[in-house]
Design a protein around this ligand. Structure first.
Ligand SMILES: [Zn+2]
Ligand SMILES: [Zn+2]
Length: 135
């Protein structure tokens, strides 16, 4: 492929480096209970990429399987959530948005799992909202 990555990023301690060589497909806030746990607050924000476009420092990642269908990976050293992979999206990897260096320039498209959102999270962002994850 010509040129450098379209996106770069890192975790808090810098052990995990991210390079993405294809456009991201979508950005969304997820309000499901497990994303609340993982983020430590009301919701998690993800950037969806084609799996083959994203290169990560895989040997510095620790992966936790909450179920057979879902894998969440974290930095072994600093614990920052890095990626989500689910059987429902076999060709995608969902990167925690704050991993990306240019997160401030990127625009979320919507909110998912809003039925389980915490009551003090106010959705006045004008974005499309889904009760569950759209297919
Ligand atoms: Zn780290
Ligand atoms: Zn979620």
């Amino acid at each position: 492929m010509a040129g450098g990555p379209l996106y770069t990023g890192s975790c808090l301690c810098g052990d995990i480096k991210l390079e993405a060589f294809g456009e991201l497909k979508w950005i969304a806030h997820c309000h499901c209970p497990s994303c609340q746990k993982v983020s430590g607050t009301g919701f998690a924000t993800y950037a969806g990429f084609n799996k083959q476009d994203v290169h990560l420092t895989e040997d510095k990642l620790k992966t936790f399987r909450a179920s057979v269908a879902v894998a969440r990976s974290f930095c072994k050293k600093c614990g920052v959530p890095v990626k989500f992979e689910g059987e429902a999206w076999p060709d995608e990897v969902h990167i925690h948005l704050a991993m990306l260096d240019n997160a401030a320039d990127l625009q979320p498209l919507g909110n998912v799992h809003v039925k389980t959102r915490l009551p003090w999270v106010h959705l006045e962002d004008g974005l499309v909202a889904f009760d569950r994850f759209p297919k």
